[in-house]
Write a protein that binds this ligand. Structure first.
Ligand code: XMP
Length: 537
């Protein structure tokens, strides 16, 4: 099946990914590629006739500092183009207009006046002035600005500080805005991007996860043929959805390896087995490696050292299983593929777009490494999807909502939620306390009926290996302390501590102290990130 597609050329803005997410929210397929692709590459990309439009992103740089320009083909293919911020400036400059360095930076909230009844902004406004001008509430972040329109363009939007805050050449379907429609602070941003991709580019909104299953299944079958696949199942969203999808495609030719490092949450291992083996009838090898992990962690209290041990052992245990499967244990002919739950942000962030521009923020553990070492081919069926799409796909594949919409859980598990040295006794206490906290977060709702689990982005309990004095009945207790942590965040880079209702905190604290013998004090962490981090280690 071929989809309409939108090409997003990345000039290095931190929010380029958001453009892609907004386009996908309009159910249109899109890809982010570096701005320094060649004109030939763009023409080749457009050759199948599916390319309906191009978006030029913003940049952290000024057109004066860098020589990044859009490949000429962008303006020669006869398809609509939308420039955003730097994308607008380079469009203006490349088509014969002028850009000048601004003396003042315009940063943050702005009100933009729409001009000239363009197709892009027609009927889109937040309010009207008494004179009847349509106004937009937007988010701006720029120093330079366009001071002279290229030939054929007219002014589409303005602010007092930026007389050309938007421009359009409607005969060629070229549009540009100085503000950022992709960020949520621009109230009509999604409406503007929908207008561009659906009405101006006429892309068909056919990127729908329910329908994508069939297409993805066909692709997996074609890639795998009659070979066999191994997948490391962690219980997290990405590996679970990848497993369900691949299982749908090739059934028994998929074997999942689930390494239990003894630092999982209460009953987590059983729940994963119940879902994948009990309900989906997938083949899962459960490796109970908790003694091995806890043994190697004994006496180690430094967080990074613990992470290294857990990560290293995990790879060792998984490799051992994979080698057996590759060798064809149990009458199988041997696996040749390793499946991973790599998702599109991993691909973009790890510079998978092969660009100096695709900002390398972190090298993700999913990309590269293991398959080469194991001599296996790589199968990554979620490579084109954003997290929201992976979740939708998971639900469409029949995975339970609670599993698919779970808070993230770090790879080292409870290993970084037990401060200092990890001991089985501590892990057992923590598991029970944490289960109570999560259960009550799911029980309590706000006035709109949403649960506090869904109202928080991540919530968990931390074990503090210190003892404090308490009193229970007639006796004195001298037991451990736990801290509850709950945060709200959109990107996990910054986070606010959640203002949980006192009634919820009271219930959780009462239950933990009464039900978990060994803990006699519960605290709530009221630190935001930065300067604190979300995890305690
Ligand atoms: P911090 O503590 O850095 O956490 O504010 C940000 C997000 O990253 C998760 N996290 C990890 N995930 N391995 C992981 O897979 C790790 O070692 C790790 N450390 C932190 C954390 O849970 C939060 O979602």
């Amino acid at each position: 099946m071929s989809h309409s597609k939108i090409l997003i050329l990345d000039f290095g803005s931190q929010v380029t990914q958001l453009i892609a997410r907004r386009v996908r929210e309009a159910h249109v397929f899109c890809e982010v590629h570096p701005c320094d692709v060649s004109s030939d590459w763009v023409r080749e990309y457009a050759k199948d006739g599916n390319l309906k439009g191009i978006i030029l992103s913003g940049s952290h740089a000024s057109v004066y500092e860098v020589d990044d320009r859009a490949p000429d083909a962008v303006f020669e293919l006869g398809i609509p183009v939308l420039g955003i911020c730097y994308g607008m400036q380079t469009m203006a400059e490349q088509l014969g207009g002028k850009v000048e360095a601004g003396h003042t930076r315009e940063f943050g909230y702005a009100e933009v006046r729409a001009h000239g009844h363009t197709e892009l902004l027609k009927g889109i406004e937040d309010f009207a002035t008494p004179e009847g001008h349509g106004m937009l509430k937007v988010w701006m972040s720029h120093g330079d600005k366009v001071t002279q329109l290229p030939e054929g363009f007219k002014v589409m939007a303005s602010t007092p500080a930026c007389p050309i805050a938007g421009m359009a050449d409607e005969s060629r379907h070229f549009y540009a805005v100085q503000f950022h429609p992709e960020v949520t602070h621009t109230v009509q941003g999604q409406a503007l991007l929908n207008r561009f991709v659906l009405d101006i580019c006429k892309a068909s909104p056919d990127w729908i996860m329910g329908n994508y299953i069939e297409e993805a299944v066909a692709k997996i079958r074609e890639q795998v043929g009659d070979e066999e696949v191994i997948l490391g199942l962690s219980g997290g969203v990405d590996s679970s959805v990848a497993a369900a999808l691949i299982h749908r495609a090739i059934g028994d030719k998929l074997t999942c390896v689930f390494v239990d490092h003894g630092l999982l949450r209460l009953n987590e291992g059983d729940m994963v087995m119940d879902m994948f083996v009990g309900k989906l009838h997938a083949k899962v090898i459960r490796v109970d490696a908790s003694d091995l992990f806890l043994g190697k962690l004994a006496g180690v209290s430094e967080p990074e050292a613990k992470r290294k041990i857990i990560g290293g052992l995990f790879v060792d245990v998984f490799k051992e299983q994979a080698a057996k499967l590759k060798a064809g244990d149990g009458g199988h002919k041997g696996a040749t593929f390793l499946a991973q739950g790599t998702i599109y942000p991993d691909v973009i962030e790890s510079g998978g777009a092969k660009s100096k521009k695709a900002v390398t923020i972190k090298s993700h553990h999913n990309v590269g490494g293991l398959p080469e070492q194991l001599g296996l081919k790589l199968l990554e069926p979620l490579r084109e999807l954003f997290k929201d799409e992976v979740r939708e796909l998971g639900v469409a594949l029949g995975l339970p909502r609670e599993m698919v919409y779970r808070h993230p859980f770090p790879g080292p598990g409870l290993g970084v939620r037990i401060l200092g040295e990890v001991k089985k006794e501590y892990a057992d206490l923590l598991r029970r306390a944490d289960a109570i906290f999560i259960e009550e977060l799911r029980n309590f709702t706000d006035e709109s009926g949403k649960t506090w689990y869904d109202l928080t982005s991540q919530a968990f309990t931390v074990f503090l290996p210190v003892k404090s004095v308490g009193v229970m009945g007639d006796g004195r207790t001298y037991d451990y302390v736990v801290a509850l942590r709950a945060v709200q965040t959109s990107d996990f880079m910054t986070a606010d501590w959640a203002e949980l209702p006192y009634a919820l905190l009271k219930k959780v604290s009462g239950r933990i102290i009464n039900e978990v013998r060994g803990i006699n004090r519960v605290t709530y962490d009221v630190s935001s990130k930065p300067p604190a981090t979300i995890e305690w280690e």
